[in-house]
Design a protein. Structure first.
Length: 138
């Protein structure tokens, strides 16, 4: 079977377009202004910046369970360790609703979302199942 050049070129273009999507990047390296996700205990460096972020713990998860009626949506509060360069390090807490952004050393960290969604009222989410979606800007 002979594959024609235009067909092969179209297939390559289609495959390369599929691989360059706008979904959040993985935990190893992230880019400024691009959402990325971390699991509990994971760290990510910011590409071309002297910055590293570690997802340390979930302090609270007060999100409304899908099987109850709530007065407000609730939120997740999480702690992060921020390292800028070799010497500057600090812990910060962010919440998905009341305090989703915080500035430090010329950067801003935005806590966009927590995964998985809220659990049923009779269940708790195991700590190792949490993932957070963050964005760092300058």
């Amino acid at each position: 079977m002979k594959i024609t050049t235009p067909f092969a070129a179209a297939a390559i273009l289609l495959l390369s377009a599929c691989s360059n999507n706008s979904s959040p990047t993985g935990p190893d390296t992230a880019r400024l202004g691009v959402p990325f996700r971390l699991s509990l205990g994971e760290s990510s460096s910011i590409e071309r910046e002297p910055l590293r972020i570690r997802f340390e713990r979930v302090a609270t998860d007060s999100r409304c369970s899908p099987d109850v009626v709530c007065a407000w949506e609730g939120e997740v509060t999480a702690s992060f360790r921020i390292q800028v360069g070799e010497t500057s390090s600090q812990s910060i807490s962010l919440s998905t609703v009341t305090e989703p952004r915080q500035s430090f050393d010329g950067y801003e960290l935005h806590f966009r979302e927590a995964f998985p969604g809220p659990a049923l009222s009779t269940r708790r989410i195991p700590p190792d199942r949490y993932r957070v979606e963050l964005v760092v800007t300058k």
